[in-house]
Design a protein around this ligand. Sequence first.
Ligand SMILES: *[C@@H]1O[C@H](CO)[C@@H](O)[C@H](O)[C@H]1NC(C)=O
Ligand SMILES: *[C@@H]1O[C@H](CO)[C@@H](O)[C@H](O)[C@H]1NC(C)=O
Length: 362
Amino acid sequence: MHRRSRLKKPTWIISLVSLVCVFLVVAYIYPPQDSTACYIFSSSSCRMISRWRPPPERELSEEETTARVVIKNLLNTPSIQTKNPKIAFMFLSPGSLAFERLWDRFFQGHEGRFSIHIYASKVKPVHHSRYFQNCEIRSDKVDWGKTSMIDVKKRLLANALKDPDNQHFVLLSDSCVPLRSFEFVYSYLMYTDISFIDSFEDPGPHGSGRYSDHMLPEVEKRFFRKGAQWFTMKRQHAIVVMADSLYYTKFRDYCRPGMDGRNCYADEHYLPTFFHMFDPTGIANWSVTHVDWSERKWYPKSYGLKGLSLQLIKNITSITESVHETSNAKGNHDHALHVERYKQALLLICKKILARNFGHHD
Ligand SMILES: *[C@@H]1O[C@H](CO)[C@@H](O)[C@H](O)[C@H]1NC(C)=O
Ligand SMILES: *[C@@H]1O[C@H](CO)[C@@H](O)[C@H](O)[C@H]1NC(C)=O
């Protein structure tokens, strides 16, 4: 009796020790997920264990889940091909279009392959070209000047989407001039399955510095992007923009001048950020519009009659390199240039659309 129990004791201890080891190994691999498990461990080891755990996936609100499902499904739906695909040219203008005659030449002979939509914010335009007659999308003066720039773009898109033949949508202003022939622009946009939306990361004060934490949790700072306001968009993306109200509302409410002491402009951040989040490979990350920021002023270089020549147009047309200027200053006004090289065809020259033409700041 005595001898047997003495023999058994070490075995008993070994199995107890190994049981404890197994328990600890299991606890290491499967850390406790709920608070009851924490009572078994001391609170400090619980804290330690919770440090090992990867950060939990953020739980989406019902609204966000719905928004994401809709966006994802729209992006996965192949576009419907129509027999007569058209390009929608959407003009944003305070009044009459200065270059209407030039655009008339551009469109001549291509009837049936384009549609024109005009949003005139201040005065009803006077037209010189038959293509531009009756293209204004609204005439109710009541809310002129009250709508934000993004709202105006959404209205233009909605109006152009009514025509099922419209497959690509080009945003223009009264100061835009085509650099290429209609044939070139048509083929370029129609046979590329992406949208030309400018989008890049600017870590400086005029980029990520404009971000506000109020946009959380839906829009995280790491996704915040910047881009020129000009775009051309394929039909699918135009529909996605129409469908989004959640992310749009975040930018409308929290990306505006004076927000938390910063001047944020939704017009320069909403689309670049939105598409970077949901379809980064579906956009070019650059715009087909020529902009020259080399003077490093608040507004890009504008071209007047002086210095305008065929050679200048040829020079601009042959630009194949895009420059994204970031605002992380090295000196006082010395901006870092972030140069991306890619094959780029420029289709348009446009001056920046000034918010003041629309009686508000966006
Ligand atoms: C645009 O940039 C994103 C990353 O921000 C990248 O994944 C995507 O491939 C780029 N698009 C093109 C057409 O290069
Ligand atoms: C066009 O480009 C050439 C070569 O870069 C340059 O020498 C010329 O001054 C430019 N002309 C105009 C009008 O910009």
